[in-house]
Design a protein around this ligand. Structure first.
Ligand code: SF4
Ligand code: SF4
Length: 329
């Protein structure tokens, strides 16, 4: 059905706007349409797509290893404190005049070891920092890949990249890779958006929802991804809808769905069953079905056409924080 791999990311700048509900509904409808597909949960800090899809066990679990974590050789260290001064993450701590490196904060950037006058810093390699899990076939017929970072470990963005690579291997060549991104605009989301073709941006009509929509949209512009917009709980603040619609018009973002607030959604989540299955005739289920049909039935079959129509004309420039922060010397 798709003659190449198409990466579609469901993202929202804000948490709690219904991103996983939209992803699960779209996944179920896309599978009904017969797409060869894999769903990937790319929220490694709080994975929950498997819960929404009723997956209680995994067919495969593979450890995820990080590059390296620094530690100090006590017999060489003179406790000069240079490493604590230079560590950009504050991973070097001092206790009773002695220095040590907190492995839960260290990201192995080597700044400390190149500055240590005593060459007293070494690295542990391949530290396990999480899991990548696979359910070969959910009850809806498609595989699910999910990543989970160990609490306190950094580099969740790198784990998301590994999750996507793993999911791509499971997909094997052409087909739909449907990625459920984390909320926000941090490194996990950047990893989710890297290389994606299309993005479903989910928002709600509140000032916070709108502000976060603009932030995530800037990221999709940076990555030259064609966006589409779903307004969830559109009826909780109808006066605000015009603000969002005006933004969408000005920014050339098609609105592909409006989903009403519906208590059936939290009730279905409590049951661990997708709302379209638990309460198929509820207003939210009908709207989710409609938007998913639109994406799976109309947009995906002509995704190249859609992409060339809505892809940003030029990428949003990326300004590294270090250049942007004028307070630095
Ligand atoms: S810079 Fe080197 S010598 Fe100084 S406290 Fe750190 S590890 Fe010890
Ligand atoms: S490797 Fe980097 S993050 Fe880790 S302690 Fe050294 S300076 Fe800090």
């Amino acid at each position: 059905m798709l003659d190449s791999k198409v990466e579609l990311v469901v993202a929202s700048g804000k948490g709690g706007v219904g991103k996983s509900t939209v992803t699960s509904s779209l996944a179920i409808v896309a599978a009904e349409h017969g797409y060869k597909m894999v769903a990937a949960d790319a929220d490694a800090e709080a994975p929950n797509l498997h819960i929404v899809l009723g997956v209680a066990s995994w067919d495969r679990e593979e450890p995820y290893y990080e590059g390296r974590v620094a530690y100090i050789l006590e017999d060489k260290c003179t406790n000069c404190g240079v490493c604590a001064e230079v560590c950009p993450l504050g991973a070097v701590e001092e206790k009773g005049g002695k220095y040590w490196i907190n492995p839960f904060i260290c990201e192995g950037c080597i700044t400390c070891s190149i500055n240590c006058p005593e060459h007293a810093i070494r690295y542990k390699h391949r530290v396990q920092a999480g899991w990548i899990r696979l359910r070969e076939k959910t009850k809806y017929g498609f595989p699910l890949v999910s990543g989970e970072i160990t609490p306190g470990r950094p580099n969740s963005g790198k784990l998301v990249t590994e999750v996507k690579n793993y999911a791509s291997k499971v997909l094997g060549g052409e087909g739909l890779l449907l990625v459920d991104a984390a909320a926000g605009i941090g490194c996990q989301v950047i990893s989710s958006l890297t290389g994606a073709h299309l993005a479903v941006l989910v928002t709600e009509p509140t000032p916070a929802g709108f502000s976060d929509l603009q932030r995530i949209h800037r990221l999709t512009k940076h990555f030259m991804i064609a966006p589409m917009l779903v307004i969830n709980k559109y009826d909780i603040n109808e006066e605000f809808i015009e603000t969002i619609e005006e933004y969408a018009r000005a920014e050339n973002i098609p609105i592909v769905g409006r989903i009403p607030y519906d208590p059936a959604v939290p009730k279905s989540m409590a049951k661990g069953v997708p709302v379209m299955e638990a309460y198929p005739s509820s207003p939210a289920s009908k709207a989710l079905k409609e938007v998913s049909e639109k994406i799976a039935g109309e947009i995906l079959p002509k995704w190249r056409e859609f992409r060339s129509k809505y892809k940003p004309r030029k990428p949003e420039p990326y300004i590294p924080l270090i250049l942007h922060d004028t307070s630095r010397g």
